[in-house]
Design a binder for this molecule. Sequence first.
Ligand code: SAM
Ligand code: SF4
Ligand code: SF4
Length: 347
Amino acid sequence: MNAQFLPEPVALPRDRLSRPLRDLRLSVIDACNFRCPYCMPEDRVADGHGLDSASRMDFDEIEALVRGFVRLGVRKLRLTGGEPLLRRRLPELIARLAAIEGIDDLALTTNGSLLGTHAAALRVAGLRRLTVSIDALSPAVFRRLSGGRGDVGDVLAGIDAAQAAGFGSIKLNCVVQRGINDGEVLPLVEKFRGSGHVLRFIEYMDVGSCNGWLREHVVPSSELRERIHAAWPLRALDANYTGEVAARHAFVDGAGEIGFVSSISAPFCGDCHRARVSADGRLYTCLFAGQGSDLRGALHAGPDALEGRIAGLWSGRADRYSELRGRAPATTDGRSRRHVEMFLIGG
Ligand code: SAM
Ligand code: SF4
Ligand code: SF4
């Protein structure tokens, strides 16, 4: 059913900067089969790390939670992790979430390594959009960037399997780090322009507390755009919708489009309508939040308690970390405080 025919909730919450709640990014698992050094460095996050299954929300809890968010205005839902394809019976969960009236957009972000096996089942279950992370085409660089665990061939095969299963324009995310994989940018563009998929270059962010982020490692989007433009001329496109995080550009020769996510060089907090929930049911109102707020207690007290809890937390939100970055008193490495780890809330 179209969202406009849904009964309006009593009051849709706005935060202290007047931002509504529109998107939910939900982690279904905190474990991962990769150890990307910018997210989950292998020397800091041991094998076997992760919540026990009793600490993770089960499917009934997840469905009830999502229904609560939808009543408060959420229309877009993205499943993430850790690596979401490691969650057992994920297609069953997707089918339940796809059936919720009011969700206009159901998407999933994955490292793609297991897509070859799961793409068709995800599609049949009702998933409509996919984002696959791919930081390099060179097998050696890719392997290093997966913490020695990933094979770029599996990811490329996964993308092909997803396309064959009916996923149209797949978003491909590449986090660029200077001196690590900036040499992969042009080969990635060459490979995917004209494919119908949309490559997006993401500025390396100071998320979490264990990746050793340094500003020198960030490659500003403007620099990448110039480099790509010199090889394949680009022209800027309008955003598809308010709050779209990627700045869109089309290839002048008609070979599709690419995007740039510039959280460091051009923060977009003013349009941030996104809540994040970890696999154990904690709400984070910002990617850079220090800690989350438990939703499970309210969830078990019933829909009214859940809505009241979410609305109360959202109404108190004033986060705009990326806009303030560098202004707050910093520690020696340029960070002002501890942040939640990316693999707990999924980007
Ligand atoms: N495991 C899945 C994957 O890698 O696609 C989903 C979770 S992962 C945390 C979601 C996204 O966050 C990925 O595209 C990843 O590249 C991105 N990411 C992780 N750490 C990052 C960082 N420090 N800066 C920018 N993006 C980051
Ligand atoms: Fe795993 Fe994704 Fe983090 Fe890489 S970015 S370690 S694939 S959760
Ligand atoms: Fe949203 Fe926080 Fe990112 Fe700003 S820094 S865009 S408030 S998640």
